[in-house]
Structures are given as structure tokens and as C-alpha cells.
Design a protein around this ligand. Structure first.
Ligand SMILES: [Zn+2]
Length: 495
């Protein structure tokens, strides 16, 4: 769609250029040379002087005409650059209303990247065809919901923003964060970093959030202008309708960034397994809600004006009775008796009882020696020796010993699961190595920024989700807060 402001940019500058070209010295300057020469001859009659003046004037005329031509060339060149550039502060128009750059960011919790290759997501396919799709996006470690939703909107690794799990203990506060305890978990003391809606509000850009994990906390008192707090009842169609209602607000009230969270796919993946038909049907249904949003944008003539970005926080692996690690068979009675807290499921993050910190060495050593045996299905690290790729060391919220099962494997005790006639639940699990294949998340986006930066239909190189915050900031023309992104908001195409 051509917008009013773009149209004026296109029409005005070439018109100005052609006026400049019409005013070339062909009429004015040559006449000046002729007139000037005649007057000079009549006044002095001196042939040589007249010739010298004539040459001077011709030189001046040539310089003038060159300048005019150069100016015209620069003007026209500048206008073509301007047409090709992305203007985060530009005003677009859908034919009836002005729009500032606007972005709808939607998270489909637990959507595995390879779901997009199954032909059951026509609307996600349509967004990718009109925009870009990452080959895959790596979550941050650990690949669970709260840490990754916060990394997506702050650009920080969990060890930096502090939400290191869905449930974790902070030995400094001597308190436990639990995402299910709304009252306790919204306290700002847990949440580091600056989410994109706070970056926006601090720079006078209106924001709106639907149920995004962390949205009900405040940052020095700053909150999104519009907020729908979490509930487990509102379906994805209703969430998309809310998004469209916000777009119908007058310019001055309308949010420029909307973050919406949809948990349906994750819930089905856990319950039935990531590739069960019930889970894939749930995905197809959620994709239908995206279609509802796309239709709503089309009706409003906003398809080429409003940005859409659809992401997931992590993938999902299939669990089974054949993939259980009985850690009470690995640790002896003394070591087991020293364990105070076991955190970070499916990780086995171990804290010994207060006053028994010395037990860490023994617990670690027993787990480590077992991990070297053939057929062992996990790796184990002390907090201070976590591999750098995990960015999971620099906070005491990480337990002193962390065992990471291979994807699809689960730590249990015989007390927790000892009946082989039962099926291990949940059927789908995530939280493993963030670079493992099944952990991969989706990234699909379209809009004027991607048209300009990458072009339509591009596949992007894989990237870690801490890059997304800078992309959001670029789209909206915001000064980003300090973050762990490395690409400055410019994702890279595979070509
Ligand atoms: Zn999740």
C-alpha cells in the first residue's frame, strides 16, 4: 500500500528535481552570456576585453549549470534513498487514519520449530511468505517459560535478568519464586532488566500487554498503558479481538507495541506429547486465530502497515517410561539425605541443607562419576563451572550443582515413579539444553521494517532469543536498555 506520506515523498521530490532541471542554464545563462557580451562591446569597443569577459561568464555559466545539475542529481538520489529507508518515526496512512509504526508480538508457548514444516499452519506460512522466518530461534537456558519470555522482552540472559526458572530459590532473599503464586511472583524484587513495554513507555510510546509472563510487575512504577492480566479462560480468538480493538483506538490512545501470550499449544504438548494429534490440532486452531488477526488487519487496510512477530519461548520433547533417570540409584543415602531443595525441573538443581554446604562436593562427585559411564543420559556441572554457552553461572539463584538431562529424559526417584504399568506424565517436557534440536523455538515476522531490512520471503540464520529486544527497539525507534544482544537489531538472512 502506498501511504499518504510516502506518496508525498515520491511525488514532491521528483517534481522539485524536474523543476530544477527545467531551470537549467540553457535559457537564462546563455542569454546572460549573449546580453552581457553585447553590452560590453557597445561600451568599450575593445575586442580583447570583451572576449575575456565572455569566457569568464561562460565559465561561470558552466559552473552554475554543473552545480544545478549536481543538486538535481543529489535531490533525486536522496529521494530514492528515502523511499528505500525505514522510518521508525514516520506516519503511515491506511486511507482513513494515520498510524505510527506499530508492532504486534505474539508468543505461542511451547511451539516447536519443526511444527511449521507440517503444512498445518497456513497463517504462519502466510506471515513468513510476506516477511521472514528464522531457520530456528534458540531459547535461552534453561528452556522454560518464564525465563524465556523475560529474555525475549529484555534482551538479557536469565542469569542477568534473574528469572532463572519457573520456580527457584534466592538464598539472599531467603525466598522462593513460584510463577504460580501470582501475588508473590509479581514483586519487582525478582525481575531484573527493562521489558520492551517499559522501554516504550519511558520514551513516550504507548504499550499494551495481554498475559505476557511478567507483565504484571512494575519497573520503578512504570507499567504498560493497557494490560490484560493472566487468566486461563480467555481463548486465543478473544485475545486477537482485543488486539484489533486497540488498533481501532484514536492515534493518540493507540498502542504502538502489543505483546500477547497464548499458552494453548504448550498445555496440549505437556498433556498429550508434542506430536500427538490433539496437540497438532491445538496448534492448527491457534493458527486460525492468527488468521482472524490477519483478516482483521486486511479489513482495516493495515496488512502492509502493522508489523506482526510470532515467536515461541522454547520447543518440546517427548517423554517416555524408557527415558527416566532414577537419581536415587545414583546418589548414596548420605548424599540424598543432604539434599534440601531439588530445583529447576527437568534440571536437577541441588541445594544442600543450610549448614551442610560441604556436602556439595560429595553430591557433585557422585553425579559426575556416574555421568561418565556408558549410557548415562545427563551432564552435571557446578554452578561456577557451567559451560559459557548456557550463560547460567553469575547468580546465586542458580543452585550449586546442576544436572542437565539429555532431551526427552527425566530425573525421578523410585518414590516418584515406580509403576511401569502407568505412563510417565507429562508426555511432553522442555527445559533442556537450549541448543538441542527439540528446544528450538519459532520466529516469524513481517512488516515495513523487515521489507526494508531483509525483503519478503527471506529465511534467517538461527539466533538466540536475546537478539529480539533490539529488533523491537529498532522497529519502534527506541533507545534500547543495556542488553545481551549482539546483532544491534539486524537479523541476518541465510543467503
Ligand atoms: Zn513455555
Amino acid at each position: 500500500m502506498t501511504t499518504h506520506s510516502e506518496a508525498s515523498a515520491e511525488n514532491n521530490i521528483p517534481r522539485e528535481s524536474s523543476r530544477l532541471l527545467d531551470n537549467e542554464p540553457s535559457s537564462t545563462s546563455y542569454a546572460a552570456v549573449e546580453n552581457g557580451g553585447q553590452e560590453e562591446e557597445q561600451r568599450s569597443g575593445e575586442q580583447r576585453s570583451s572576449k575575456a569577459r565572455r569566457i569568464t561568464i561562460i565559465v561561470l555559466a558552466v559552473v552554475l549549470s554543473t552545480t544545478v545539475l549536481a543538486t538535481a542529481w543529489f535531490a533525486s538520489h536522496y529521494s530514492s534513498l528515502r523511499k528505500r529507508s525505514y522510518r521508525p518515526y514516520g506516519i503511515l496512512n491506511n486511507g482513513t487514519h494515520d498510524f505510527r509504526q506499530t508492532l504486534i508480538m505474539i508468543s505461542l508457548d511451547g511451539t516447536v520449530n519443526d511444527y511449521l514444516d507440517r503444512g498445518i499452519t497456513p497463517n504462519l506460512d502466510a506471515i513468513a511468505a510476506d516477511g521472514v522466518r528464522a531457520q530456528y530461534m534458540n531459547p535461552s537456558f534453561p528452556s522454560v517459560t518464564f525465563p524465556n519470555h523475560w529474555s525475549l522482552v529484555t534482551g538479557l540472559y536469565p542469569e542477568t535478568h534473574g528469572i532463572v526458572g519457573n520456580v527457584f530459590y534466592d538464598p539472599v532473599l531467603n525466598q522462593t519464586f513460584n510463577y504460580k503464586s501470582a501475588a508473590g511472583s509479581w514483586s519487582p524484587k525478582w525481575w531484573g532488566g527493562e521489558p520492551i513495554w517499559v522501554t516504550s513507555e519511558l520514551q513516550n510510546v504507548t504499550s499494551a500487554v495481554i498475559m505476557w509472563p511478567g507483565c504484571s510487575t512494575s519497573f520503578n512504577g512504570v507499567r504498560p498503558t493497557y494490560e490484560v492480566p493472566f487468566d486461563d479462560v480467555t481463548n486465543s480468538d478473544k485475545k486477537m479481538d482485543q488486539v484489533l480493538q486497540w488498533l481501532d483506538l484514536p492515534l493518540e490512545d493507540r498502542p504502538q507495541i502489543i505483546n500477547a501470550y497464548i499458552q494453548t499449544v504448550d498445555q496440549h504438548g505437556h498433556k498429550y506429547g508434542p506430536y500427538d494429534n490433539l496437540t497438532l490440532n491445538a496448534l492448527h486452531s491457534v493458527d486460525g486465530s492468527l488468521g482472524r488477526l490477519l483478516d482483521g488487519l486486511k479489513k482495516r487496510h493495515l496488512s502492509d502497515i502493522v508489523h506482526i512477530m510470532v515467536v515461541s519461548d522454547h520447543g518440546m520433547s517427548e517423554s517416555s517410561n524408557d527415558k527416566l533417570i532414577y537419581y536415587d540409584d545414583i546418589l548414596d543415602e548420605t548424599a540424598l539425605g543432604n539434599i534440601w531443595k531439588s530445583e529447576g525441573w527437568p534440571l536437577l538443581g541441588i541445594r544442600p541443607y543450610p549448614g551442610r554446604e560441604d556436602a556439595v562436593d560429595d553430591i557433585y562427585q557422585q553425579l559426575y562419576e556416574h555421568s561418565l559411564l556408558p549410557g548415562a543420559k545427563y551432564e552435571v556441572f557446578r554452578r561456577e563451572n557451567m559451560p559459557p554457552k548456557y550463560h547460567f553461572s553469575h547468580t546465586q539463584r542458580v543452585p550449586p550443582v546442576v544436572a542437565i538431562p539429555f532431551e526427552g529424559w527425566n530425573f525421578v526417584t523410585h518414590k516418584q515413579f515406580n509403576d511401569p504399568t502407568k505412563v510417565y506424565q507429562p508426555r511432553g517436557v522442555h527445559g533442556y539444553d537450549n541448543f538441542a534440536r527439540q528446544s528450538r523455538a519459532i520466529f516469524v515476522a513481517k512488516g515495513p521494517f523487515f521489507d526494508w531490512d531483509l525483503g519478503r520471503g527471506q529465511r534467517l540464520k538461527p539466533f538466540v532469543n536475546v537478539e529480539v529486544y533490539n529488533v523491537l527497539s529498532r522497529i519502534l525507534g527506541l533507545q534500547p536498555a543495556e542488553n545481551n544482544g549482539t546483532l544491534a537489531g539486524f537479523l541476518q538472512s541465510l543467503d
